[in-house]
Design a protein around this ligand. Structure first.
Ligand code: G6P
Length: 369
């Protein structure tokens, strides 16, 4: 059936708003929040082999690459395994060593990205166990891998990926939860995350209600900017990169995701009172370090828009624009925090007269290397 935009002007905004439901669809039939169990049918046959492996290598491009980065630390924490995240386009360039006891996970919304298919081929030839995480059932990557998980986000038509990102994040988190299911050490942590997943749809709904404010800021303050820095650290590192990618893709503004810990190693030189910035500063264990970054930029005249937790009444934000988002478990907060950046990029594109569904020079699925 043909997909309709309904009341939305573009697929991008429809897909951003789909997220209250798409995240639930990713978890449906897999997560039981009452007894804290996770069962991914597509992994069943290989579960023992995956648990026995010595490391996990993720490979993807674009937004899918960012979803791997976003879950890297929770994967390492729950599974106690070395994790590496590689761009599919550099995998072959670098001729990375891959062994029979490696698990290689290929993330792709379309399941057709040529670079990722080539990395898959390379890992298969070296005898690794290959797992696919895609949105399109029957796609090349789901057929060519040994086992896998569909993210079930529903068709994504906008070139800029939105709901696939949050569903990929969840699907990967479910994999980590299932792999660590028998570990007593991580039981409390797993239960905390599962409780957070069960509340996620409500938290997303509250976050989407921030749209008018994000639209106002995009139109009134950021419409004509030439650069934009998105700053954060820890669990928000991937959010910075993914937020900047959204801005680049649909607004054609030069945007850069910068990890706050790296500021003093160079990027600080870019900061003055004219540099537009967004800072991600949720209440988590990186808060104090992020506040330090905020001071470094405000001292130089920077006035970032700050995305903070709804219950944060710190006086440090008093002269700054803030967006208050629901607070969830630290390891899931990035799912909430990308949403204001999706909405912001969308409205910035529209304000600049760009059709966000069809950005110049980009394709939804890149089937050439
Ligand atoms: C293209 C799209 C991006 C996407 C990337 C990876 O560049 O424009 O939005 O993130 O491919 O696509 P995949 O289907 O493999 O997730």
């Amino acid at each position: 059936a043909q997909i309709q935009k309904g009341k939305f002007a573009h697929f991008m905004s429809k897909e951003i708003f789909d997220q209250t439901e798409s995240v639930v669809n990713t978890m449906r039939g897999r997560l039981n929040a009452d007894n804290y169990s996770v069962v991914l049918g597509g992994l069943r046959s290989q579960l023992a082999n995956i648990r026995r492996s010595r490391r996990i290598i993720f490979s993807a491009c674009g937004t899918s690459f960012h979803s791997c980065l976003a879950v890297k630390s929770i994967f390492a924490e729950l599974c106690e395994m070395p994790i590496s995240v590689e761009l599919s386009s550099s995998f072959l360039d670098e001729q990375l060593p891959v062994f029979r006891d490696d698990v290689c996970v290929f993330l792709s919304q379309s399941g057709e990205t040529k670079d990722t298919l080539m990395a898959l081929q390379y890992c298969k030839e070296r005898g690794a166990l290959c797992l696919g995480v895609t949105n399109v059932v029957g796609s090349s990557i789901s057929r060519e891998t040994h086992c896998g998980v569909h993210i079930n986000a529903g068709p994504e038509l906008s070139v800029a990926s939105t709901k696939a990102y949050t569903s990929q994040f969840i699907a990967l988190t479910l994999i980590a939860l299932q792999l660590s299911q028998d570990s007593l050490r991580t039981k409390a942590r797993r239960e905390e995350i599962i409780d957070g997943l069960a509340r996620l749809s409500d938290d997303i709904k509250k976050t989407l209600a921030l749209e008018p404010e994000l639209k106002r800021l995009a139109v009134e303050k950021y419409k004509d900017c030439k650069n934009l820095i998105i700053l954060g650290r820890g669990y928000q590192s991937a959010t910075c990169l993914e937020g900047a990618l959204k801005v680049k893709e649909v607004t054609y503004i030069h945007a850069e995701g910068i990890l706050a810990g790296e500021l003093k190693h160079g990027p600080l030189a870019l900061i003055d009172e004219t540099m537009p910035m967004i800072l991600l500063m949720p209440k988590d264990r990186h808060y104090d370090d992020t506040e330090n970054a905020l001071k470094q930029v405000t001292t130089r005249g920077g006035r970032p828009l700050v995305i903070i937790s709804e219950n944060d009444n710190s006086p440090v934000f008093k002269d700054l624009n803030t967006i208050r988002v629901p607070q969830t478990v630290d390891a899931l907060q990035a799912i909430i925090n990308i949403i204001p950046l999706q909405l912001f990029s969308y409205h910035l594109a529209v304000a600049r007269g760009i059709d966000p569904d069809y950005p110049r020079g980009l394709a939804k699925s890149v089937t050439v290397a």
